[in-house]
Ligand binder design. Structure first.
Ligand code: P1T
Length: 385
């Protein structure tokens, strides 16, 4: 019985599956590094037999994130891509998957260049309109993959509407919830069957862990995930599990500050003469502002914007930031800036990038939790170069 089940987000993040240990009373869960466990007679062991199958630190971590997503089952992986790959192993050659047309470049590459080789079929459609999903359904469609908001153009899909259509055709709905974290969006509540996170981002939040997660309430899917996780072994290490579990304790306060700073930065950019257009779900100018307010409890820390003129101006801006660091990734306490067309989304074919609006003037910010005025001053000085 989970005594924290009906308590608030912060309480769950700090306490779920993190009881003081029974031997020493350690308040912080230890890192269990042992890769194997003693058996009293062949096949008889306490709780764990081998690290790929289970590990106490990983178990505390996955249970805690499951509680934050309102899920019964949680699985922790060595990366976000490993989590996605393990989910896809639950399907077989000839199964069809419908995915959004905008997503992290690495996820697109995994679908298009790796999983297609194994016989999975993919259609990429604009899922901001649920009708596009309905039209793309085939008799062999088994899964719809939503990233919402999308990386990098922050398009939002209606999880409730899409999962309702999916259910009618016995299609599972998976949501990549990396950008919002469990603090601002809980897709299972809107009918999704499984949630994926790149824990590398907000969940760990300190840019020092690579990790991924899958969370679900579907017992049959959880059974499959247990089997494929054990069989293919892309699990999170004890040390990474420990760091991410430690980070969960501050997820709520980090997300609040990410958002507070992001709103101020988005408003600043919207009023700047060197900026063509700002995309942030918390601005009333966002095309799906109403849907964002309905399905998310906040707007997060990710902003994309277009600078005026061309690549040279974008480059000058990117080379001149001082508090922001020019680097891939997102969701850490430090502010990052990047150029999706050259960096995170280079694996998307140029014509597809163009159609999605990922052009040379598009810049993505991961707004950190530094002092707000320092962030704004930094952007201002770099934009004026
Ligand atoms: O890097 P990894 O932990 O394997 O996660 C992949 C991934 C999955 N989903 C989303 C929405 C992501 O943003 C990512 C990774 N993204 C970056 C590295 C980036 O800079 O966008």
């Amino acid at each position: 019985m989970d005594q924290f089940k009906n308590m608030g987000f912060e309480t769950k993040a700090i306490h779920t599956a993190q009881e003081p240990d029974s031997e020493f009373g350690s308040v912080m869960p230890p890192i269990h590094l042992s890769s194997t466990y003693a058996q009293s007679t062949p096949g008889t062991f306490k709780k764990y037999d081998y690290i790929r199958a289970g590990n106490p630190t990983r178990s505390s971590y996955s249970k805690c994130v499951a509680a934050l997503e309102g899920a019964e089952h949680g699985f922790a992986y060595s990366s976000g891509c490993a989590a996605t790959t393990t989910l896809m192993q639950c399907f077989k050659a000839g199964d069809h998957i419908i995915a959004g047309d905008d997503m992290y470049g690495g996820t697109f590459r995994l679908f298009d260049k790796v999983l297609r080789k194994f016989g999975l079929e993919f259609s990429f459609v604009d899922l901001t309109n649920p009708e596009n999903f309905e039209k793309a359904i085939r008799p062999n469609t088994r899964l719809v993959w939503l990233e919402t908001p999308t990386n990098p153009t922050l398009k939002i899909s209606d999880i409730d509407a899409i999962s309702k259509i999916a259910q009618q055709s016995k299609i599972l709905t998976a949501v990549d919830n990396t950008f919002m974290s469990p603090y601002f969006q809980n897709p299972l509540k809107w009918g999704a069957d499984v949630v994926m996170h790149s824990a590398t981002k907000y969940i760990n939040g300190h840019s020092d862990v690579l990790g991924g997660l899958l969370l679900t309430n579907d017992n049959s899917l959880a059974e499959d995930l247990s089997f494929y996780t054990l069989s293919t072994g892309a699990v999170a290490s004890p040390f990474d599990s420990y760091l991410a579990l430690r980070s969960l304790k501050t997820l709520a306060v980090r997300m609040q500050t990410h958002q507070k700073n992001a709103i101020a930065v988005a408003e600043f950019l919207e009023g700047h003469s060197a900026v063509e257009r700002v995309i942030y779900p918390g601005l009333s100018s966002h095309p799906q502002y109403d849907l964002a307010k309905k399905q998310m409890s906040g707007f997060g820390g990710m902003i994309t914007f277009y600078v005026k003129s061309g690549l040279n101006d974008a480059r000058r801006f990117l080379e001149n930031v001082k508090v922001f660091t020019l680097a891939e990734s997102l969701g850490g306490v430090e502010s990052l800036v990047e150029h999706p067309a050259i960096m995170t989304h280079a694996s998307i074919p140029p014509d597809k990038r163009k159609a999605l609006g990922i052009d040379d003037t598009l810049i993505r910010l991961s707004v950190g939790i530094e002092t707000q005025s320092d962030l704004i001053q930094d952007l201002d000085q770099a934009l004026s170069q």
